[in-house]
Design a protein around this ligand. Structure first.
Ligand code: FAD
Ligand code: SF4
Length: 485
């Protein structure tokens, strides 16, 4: 296990492209991995005996972190990749995008800076793709139960991969025109290049997963068809219902939802030839982003790249402490100020700003009026206001009622501990079940749900003879090859 002598080298995070360069394009932020540095950083892992990093307060997928740190330190990258993939279907995603609760729980963090676990994970995953170690792992047996998965975000994709590897026939339905959920339309390309996603989707397809993009289950066909034609159904529809701002002026042109703004830019980068309407472009504008979270930060980074004149991100809550708050001692996920790469690229942040009214003229937004701090009224000039105030649950759809999955008070799908809803054979995972969360949790939920579905199908016995051709006959199922390009 780890080489404790590495501790003395100090924490060194993966370098990002210089701000002045990266804000002029949409390519990923990260500079190529420096193998020598990464091996040294992996050597900082102390093999501390009780690895809190992979325990309950650390990594949600329980990555065997000390094990792959030791392998990387020894230069045994392919074995490190195998150890990493044993617990995490998509480390190339978490290596780029996870907030790394593992690092907040790292024992070295008690006396020094924690190990750069996430960076090491990304280095392993990227090397595995580069070296051609990510190959299809098809099931050696075909059990032949049919599972329908609704939603192709990380939860649906992780479940699909686990189930197809168990030997089941898996169809993933997605209402968007491309597969990927928020990985595709939401998360900006500078955080996740879509070629990274596509490389993984090719693996899933080769393993036998069938993708059906452009199919809105419950609207394009009645969801009861799924129960009739499949042995089990997994709801992995995400929680994309955005929280709205209920103030005067909300309907002015230029007061826009963050997801409309972000996904449009994803489409531009995908080469869809879409025209960005002027009201949805930040170019040359004073932009105010309402909401201090990750979605807001992604809007800030996108505004910089679109050429905004100024960007101000406002948050209703008070500014968190600069270092770990006493209410969240090690190894808990700390309450503390987080500064993203987008914040380092420019713009300003203000806390304790509560929007009271949006002011416009000629039908267009001109300013945001707000109460700041203990009661100061401020008027903040704005030509574009982006609403990034979080998500309230699943988007309304007849799907849930038809599948007997009545939504709970948080507008999510209630299940028991095995991800089973009250309807036999219908399961739920990811943001649709737990509310808006993280990619690593979506992967964990997809894996757990797949295990539960596997056990359910084993109990249910032989597969039913219903054909899947009913979907094709409906004419709603489109070819999936295009979706991967
Ligand atoms: C802008 C933004 C940035 C984020 N950045 C990060 C980050 O950096 N790190 C991180 O860990 N997390 C991040 N997150 C959160 C993360 O993306 C989500 O937690 C994760 O994607 C949830 O996965 P999921 O599979 O449950 O749902 P989703 O990714 O939302 O996928 C659900 C899919 O289901 C589809 N669907 C819904 N209803 C139907 C239907 N009736 N028929 C067919 N398909 C349907 C939807 O179109 C969607 O594609 C971010 C979220 C946003 C919005
Ligand atoms: S998935 Fe997230 S929590 Fe787990 S090891 Fe990777 S960075 Fe850490």
């Amino acid at each position: 296990m780890g080489d404790a002598s590495g501790v003395s080298s100090g924490r060194q995070e993966r370098r990002l492209r210089p701000v002045g360069e990266r804000t002029t394009d949409w390519r990923e932020l990260y500079l190529p991995d420096d193998t020598t540095v990464t091996r040294g950083q992996a050597g900082r892992c102390m093999d501390c005996g009780v690895p809190f990093c992979q325990g309950d307060t650390g990594c949600p997928v329980q990555n065997v972190i000390p094990e792959w740190n030791a392998l990387v330190n020894a230069g045994r990258w392919q074995e490190a990749s195998a150890a990493l993939h044993a617990t995490n279907n998509f480390p190339e995603l978490t290596g780029r995008l996870c907030p790394a609760p593992c690092e907040s729980a790292c024992v070295l963090g008690l006396v020094d800076q924690p190990v750069t676990i996430r960076n090491i994970e990304q280095a392993i995953a990227d090397r595995a793709f580069r070296e051609g170690w990510i190959t299809p792992v098809p099931s050696v047996t075909r059990i032949g139960h049919r599972v329908a998965i609704v939603g192709s975000g990380p939860a649906g994709l992780a479940a699909a991969q686990q189930l197809v590897r168990q030997g089941h026939d898996v169809v993933v339905f997605e209402k968007d025109d491309r597969i990927g959920g928020l990985l595709r339309y939401g998360i900006p390309d500078f955080k996740l290049g879509k070629s990274v996603l596509e490389a993984r989707l090719r693996q899933l397809e080769s393993e036998g997963v069938t993708f059906e993009p452009g199919v809105n289950v419950g609207v394009d066909f009645d969801a009861s068809v799924l129960r009739a034609d499949f042995d089990a159904v997994l709801i992995a529809t995400g929680a994309r219902q955005a929280r709205d701002l209920v103030v005067e002026g909300r309907d002015l042109a230029g007061v826009e939802r963050a997801m409309d703004f972000l996904s449009l830019q994803n489409r531009v980068e995908a080469g869809d030839g879409v025209d960005v309407p002027k009201r949805l472009s930040a170019r040359g504008k004073h932009v105010i982003v309402i909401g201090g979270g990750d979605t807001g930060s992604d809007c800030v980074g996108t505004c910089h790249r679109q050429g905004a004149r100024s960007v101000l991100q406002v948050e209703v809550l008070a500014q968190p402490p600069v270092s770990r708050d006493a209410s969240t001692p090690w190894p808990l996920w700390p309450l503390q100020l987080r500064t993203s790469h987008a914040h380092l690229e420019g713009g300003q942040r203000q806390w304790e700003v509560r929007t009271t009214r949006i002011v416009g003229s000629g039908g267009k937004v001109r300013a945001v009026q707000a109460m700041r701090g203990a009661g100061e009224t401020v008027t903040l000039p704005a030509d574009l206001v982006l609403l990034a105030m979080g998500f309230t649950g699943v988007e309304p759809s007849p799907l849930y009622e038809v599948l007997g999955a009545t939504l709970g008070p948080r507008a999510t799908v209630p299940t028991d501990r095995t991800h089973a809803t009250v309807t036999e054979g219908v399961f739920a995972a990811g943001d649709a079940r737990r509310g808006a969360s993280l990619i690593v949790w979506a992967i964990r939920e997809g894996r757990d749900a797949a295990a539960a579905i596997g056990r359910y199908l084993a109990r249910a016995g032989a597969r039913r003879p219903a054909p899947m051709s009913r979907f094709a006959a409906s004419g709603r199922i489109v070819g999936h090859a295009d979706s991967l390009s």
